[in-house]
Design a protein around this ligand. Structure first.
Ligand code: UDX
Length: 465
């Protein structure tokens, strides 16, 4: 099938490369000529595991090419994806300017019987609007078929995008006509053969499903973060509590890791956009607003814990940060909790030395001319620091040489915002470890017991209550 992908950003490139790998002839379009030249030469503008190899292989196989012109790309296209970014505007709504610019260019382009598929995350009803815009111009031209617009939201997560695209948990197709549903069923047939399920629905439901999923994920994270804080204050251990939560099939095991709050380009942005849509629809959206509020508080709590540890002041304190990207496997620092923490620390008069295996350049650009010092290695930033804060659970931070950390870290204290370290192990190296959801000093934990080897036959029979 000849496929066009308009917008060669994160979603567009992953989509283009993976659809080319599935045997389609794919043309990816971007208005940025420099980016297109780099992509033609096999150079990616961001870090995503496995994508550079896939890009090189598809370029070499001749199944993937890059264009700056929508009109040139659209010749003989059967399916054209719109995969243009929809960033937040100041009022929280999704900015559709770039997307609509492409739609207007498409409207001015003569193309054959091609299904236009919206992959960008867009407010509910955007597909209707695009269809109207295209048909107003396109349908009026002599001999042009009516344009059909479908929705096919993307659920891939950064750092494992290729795996997610190759083996999706489901593929959502929102189509208001048989033809576009059929075209997408044909395009995704190889994925269905490998076990993916196609879910057909109307266009608005598909648009909403994307927001609903991200809202649900964000809500889980805020809930587990709030519970972790409560567990700490009430003298319970969140790790044990999480084991119980995860063992309940109704709750499920994923997305229950307490941390510094969710970040990234999708959850915060999509939640803001959904709240805005709710506001426009006259819905209060109490839950969504609380999810957002708890997430903001989570970052603040981490800062407060660091400040309180130093008796309420951070002036002259040097804080080392491990991890800048919003999660491992990506160089994306958009809405990264690490950046919010760095701003708060600097604002309180601390100095910050930071290290990330992949996201240093992105963080440098995002932090601008703040006084943050970027170190060459994880150990290097610990030199003479009063505290170390683990912000992103990259592999190389999971089992570091604590002896070497302790030798460098003047203050001997580690704040583990991702719950990956064993406080006992750190203690053996002379390091104090603070984790979210831990008991504050003074609140004694009950003694943890192991499961007995065999049931005790002498035990009293238990009575409920
Ligand atoms: C998310 C959705 O998962 C994906 O389906 C959608 O298409 C885009 O948004 P992504 O932004 O790549 O993907 O990141 P994700 O892996 O979902 O993590 C989001 C944030 O939540 C990260 O900051 C992560 O650290 C945090 N998180 C995740 C937790 O704090 N705890 C968890 O248990 C899971």
């Amino acid at each position: 099938m000849k496929v066009v992908v308009i917008g060669s950003g994160y979603v567009g490139l992953v989509t283009g490369c993976c659809l080319a790998e599935a045997g389609n002839q794919v043309v990816c379009v971007d208005h940025d000529a420099g980016k297109v030249a780099a992509l033609r030469a096999g150079r990616l503008p961001f870090h995503e595991p496995g994508l550079d190899e896939l890009l090189a292989a598809q370029l070499q196989a001749g199944r993937l090419s890059f264009e700056t012109s929508i009109a040139r790309a659209m010749r003989h296209a059967a399916v054209a994806f719109l995969a243009v970014g929809t960033p937040s505007q100041t009022n929280g709504s999704a900015n559709l300017e770039n997307l609509l610019h492409c739609v207007h260019e498409l409207a001015d382009t003569a193309f054959e019987d091609c299904v236009i598929v919206v992959k960008s995350t867009v407010p509910i009803g955007t597909g209707d609007h695009i269809e109207k815009l295209l048909n107003a111009k396109h349908g009026a031209a002599a001999g042009q078929p009516r344009v059909r617009v479908a929705s096919n939201p993307e659920f891939l997560a950064e750092g494992r995008a290729i795996r997610d695209f190759r083996h999706p948990s489901r593929i959502v197709v929102g189509a208001n006509d048989e033809g576009s549903a059929q075209a997408l069923a044909e395009l995704y047939a190889p994925f269905v053969e490998r076990g993916a399920s196609l879910m057909f629905m109307d266009r608005r439901s598909a648009e909403f499903a994307k927001y609903a999923c991200n809202a649900m994920l964000a809500a889980r994270i805020s809930m587990v973060n709030e519970l972790a804080g409560l567990a700490g204050s009430l003298g319970a251990g969140m790790e044990a509590v999480c084991r119980v939560l995860k063992s309940d099939p109704r709750i499920g095991a994923g997305y229950l890791q307490p941390g510094a709050g969710y970040g990234g380009s999708c959850l915060p942005k999509d939640l803001r956009a959904l709240i805005r849509s709710a506001q426009e629809a006259g819905e209060p959206a109490y839950m969504l607003r609380s999810v957002q509020r708890v997430n903001r508080l989570q970052g603040r709590k981490l800062f407060d814990a660091i400040r309180d540890h130093f008796g309420g002041g951070l002036r002259q304190r040097r804080i080392a940060i491990w991890g800048l990207s919003f999660k491992p496997g990506t160089d994306d620092v958009r809405s990264a909790p690490s950046l919010a923490l760095i701003h708060a620390l600097l604002g309180a008069g601390a100095t910050v030395s930071a290290y990330d295996p992949v996201a240093m350049n992105a963080a440098r650009a995002a932090l601008g001319d703040t006084a943050t010092v970027f170190g060459e290695s994880a150990l290097n930033v610990c030199e003479e620091a009063d505290a170390l804060v683990l912000m992103t659970e990259w592999e190389e931070f999971k089992a570091p040489d604590f002896e070497a950390v302790a030798a460098r870290l003047r203050g001997g204290v580690v704040f583990d915002a991702r719950g990956i370290y064993r406080p006992g192990l750190l203690r053996r190296h002379g390091l104090q470890c603070h984790r979210l959801g831990e008991r504050p000093a003074g609140l004694q934990a009950g003694k943890a017991v192991r499961a007995p080897l065999a049931p005790n036959p002498q035990a009293e029979p238990r009575t409920p209550g």
